[in-house]
Design a protein. Structure first.
Length: 218
């Protein structure tokens, strides 16, 4: 795992501290072993997300998306860490799939001291078969004027399919949806049919970390 360069305090965090934080999220989410999430085999920083006030984790649908606001970092570049695992189907080679995505908005010590939430409490973002999309609200492919969301999805699928064919250990797609403002959306290949999201909140409600997962009902 390598740390991303960026404006977020977490970008300069020592790798060992960030690794510990990421695996703490895995244990928090799956502590009862009943979430239906496939446990990641490794985490890696896949780049940065341009954040403008809110973050959404959803399936490219106009309804069903979940919006996270009250973020410590109201705007700017935030490092994104994805937890991958090898998916070994009945036929063909193993392919890399994503079980969890984490956006740290503060140093690990501050995140660990926060109150970690329990997910969406039964509210399910609309699924997109085989993919999960992470972006900031103003840069959602379907909401940026002049963009073709279906074309963006097609391109993301093409990039990920090429990664599968090449056996990439780190496989996802970044689509720049607003070049003028640096807005982007990250498309992750997932196997679970459902999506969930968790917040780490300070006493005043400030969100200092977000964690997302793909899962299936048990």
């Amino acid at each position: 795992m390598t740390a991303a360069k960026g404006s977020s305090p977490s970008a300069a965090t020592p790798a060992a501290a960030m690794d510990a934080l990421l695996w703490r999220w895995v244990e928090h989410v799956n502590r009862d072993g009943e979430t239906g999430m496939v446990r990641p085999e490794w985490f890696v920083c896949v780049g940065e997300l341009e954040v403008a006030e809110e973050v959404t984790w959803f399936g490219m649908a106009t309804q069903g998306r979940w919006v996270h606001s009250g973020l410590l970092t109201g705007s700017g570049r935030v490092p994104v860490y994805a937890g991958f695992y090898w998916s070994r189907g009945d036929h063909g080679p193993a392919v890399a799939r994503v079980g969890m995505v984490v956006l740290p908005l503060a140093e690990p010590d501050r995140i660990l001291a926060a109150e970690w939430g329990e997910g969406y409490n039964g509210y399910e973002p609309a699924p997109l078969d085989g993919y999960a999309v992470l972006c900031s609200s103003p840069f959602e492919p379907g909401h940026v004027r002049g963009r073709d969301a279906e074309a963006d999805l097609h391109e993301a699928k093409r990039i990920i399919a090429a990664g599968d064919a090449a056996g990439r250990r780190i496989n996802f797609a970044e689509i720049v949806t607003d070049p003028d403002r640096g807005g982007n959306a990250l498309f992750f290949p997932v196997e679970g049919e459902e999506r969930n999201g968790y917040e780490a909140l300070e006493e005043d409600g400030t969100v200092v970390c977000l964690a997302f997962l793909s899962y299936d009902f048990g």
